[in-house]
Design a protein around this ligand. Structure first.
Ligand SMILES: [Zn+2]
Length: 490
């Protein structure tokens, strides 16, 4: 009886201790991020006319600067027209900034600051757009290359991705110049022309910067945005990309003796391949809260409901529950580990012939810190002992480095991003790729953010149908870029 009583006391004390730790850690949880500058101390946006900007965006959308997988299909004249249009529509910018053309159609604009010793700031926005899927035109409420202004939005392919940013940056520059602004620090604008295919333009721009010994303070490109309803807080959150995942493709090829399917041997290439697939998919990279994803949760904790706050503050105990919650959606799971997707399969070309080879293509998206060589080595180990070859396809893109959340660039971008929808701001991991990746050798920090508010359901319009930029979003984007340029270069 005394033993039981003692045992109960120990259990109760242990529970109380755990509870106390949970409470203390939750109470003490404050954003690890340094306090952001008060936006009221940052420059206000110079005057600009959003109606004119909307008309300009509509005009920009009408140039069919479509990047095709085969560049021979591109219509080069459309890029020339866009370049001429930029020069005519933004005369002050073209008078004050030096313009260069690189890698054919990629634009570099330089606004020299009067203190050349300061590291420049780089803004990026690509000119090219993805094609409109054949047969999907009828799904658009306004023609995809019409650039129509209707229902408070500019409609068309590229209205958001990424002519929305391109036009906003130029509107901001023009407004700043009209207002007599003169930068101390040099500003460079890079506009890639093939972001949607291979990004050679951004790489050429980066190489040109390196050759000139230019080291930028920070780069800001497209990427994440203000999500109208973030799953952690239930409200708007400005997500600024501090890293992007890498990309690698492996092909697994099973070998066997071929022959006629009337006398099949017990082992076949297809069966061996099936075993290999089973093993590889059974050995997925484990999920963990690390890097930018953990940083995002920690930044959002103060704005999250109590339960979520307790879980984030007590990852030592509740980490697995957090991971379970996040992995429930494919988008959430993709933030937690290197993903693998089985994409292409091939075996025999004929129904009654046993294949000598059967292969599967696996597309990986690499978490920062997980190198393509490590993924390849894992796959090799997993299929060891089977007659299966593992080969990496083409040149993998490694995951980016993770940019700082304590730099001056971060503070300015984060403070202004938070002001777009007066929301919390958090760093985030980009699942897709951007041109900004090419610039990481040029700048200390690379950020990925478009200053607009979209609901999760709106994201389908990017590369999908009914892409459109509301004038409200256009207005916030212009104000954001103008304020950022002035704050970062004054
Ligand atoms: Zn884009």
């Amino acid at each position: 009886m005394r033993l039981l009583k003692r045992l109960l006391t120990v259990i109760v004390l242990a529970l109380l201790l755990v509870l106390a730790i949970l409470v203390v850690r939750t109470v003490r949880l404050e954003s690890r991020f340094a306090a952001l500058p008060d936006v009221r101390t940052l420059p206000a946006a110079p005057p600009f006319d959003v109606a004119v900007a909307a008309r300009h965006l509509g005009e920009a959308v009408r140039f069919q600067t479509v990047s095709h997988q085969d560049p021979a299909e591109d219509d080069a004249a459309e890029w020339n027209r866009l370049h001429d249009w930029l020069a005519t529509s933004y005369p002050a910018t073209h008078a004050a900034l030096r313009r260069e053309l690189i890698d054919g159609r990629t634009l570099i604009y330089t606004w020299p600051g009067h203190k050349p010793s300061l590291a420049p700031v780089v803004l990026m926005a690509h000119q090219d757009v993805v094609p409109v899927a054949p047969g999907s035109e009828s799904g658009w409420h306004h023609p995809p290359f019409g650039g129509e202004l209707a229902d408070g939005a500019v409609w068309g392919r590229g209205a958001v991705d990424d002519k929305g940013s391109l036009v906003s940056i130029f509107e901001a520059l023009e407004a700043l110049l009209r207002n007599g602004f003169n930068p101390e620090r040099t500003l460079i604008v890079i506009s890639g022309a093939n972001e949607e295919v291979h990004g050679s333009g951004a790489r050429a721009a980066a190489a040109a910067m390196l050759a000139r010994g230019i080291h930028a303070e920070f780069v800001l490109d497209e990427g994440l945005l203000v999500l109208a309803r973030h799953p952690v807080t239930g409200g708007p959150v400005a997500l600024v990309g501090v890293a992007e995942k890498g990309y690698a493709t492996l092909t697994l090829t099973a070998r066997a003796a071929g022959g006629h399917s009337s006398m099949p041997p017990p082992e076949s290439a297809v069966r061996t391949l099936a075993i290999a697939i089973e093993r590889v998919t059974g050995a997925e990279a484990p999920m963990s809260l690390a890097g930018p994803t953990r940083e995002m949760l920690e930044a959002l904790a103060p704005s999250a409901p109590l339960l979520a706050r307790v879980a984030i503050a007590n990852e030592w105990l509740l980490g697995p529950a957090l991971i379970d919650k996040m992995r429930a959606t494919p988008a959430g799971a993709a933030m937690l580990h290197t993903t693998m997707a089985l994409t292409m399969l091939s075996g025999s070309p004929k129904e009654n012939v046993l294949p000598e080879r059967a292969s599967v293509t696996i597309n990986y998206r690499l978490l920062p810190g997980d190198a393509s060589a490590a993924v390849e080595a894992r796959a090799r180990r997993t299929v060891a002992g089977l007659p299966v070859d593992v080969a990496i396809q083409g040149t993998p893109l490694e995951a980016s480095v993770v940019s700082s959340t304590s730099s001056r660039g971060w503070s300015l971008i984060a403070a202004l991003a938070a002001d777009v929808a007066r929301s919390p701001v958090a760093p985030g991991l980009m699942i897709g790729g951007t041109d900004a990746r090419a610039l990481q050798a040029v700048a200390a920090d690379v950020y990925r953010f478009q200053p607009i508010v979209l609901a999760a359901a709106d994201l389908a319009m990017l590369h999908g149908t009914d892409e459109r930029m509301t004038t409200a979003n256009l207005e916030s984007a212009i104000a954001f870029y103008a304020r950022l340029i002035e704050a970062a270069t004054r």
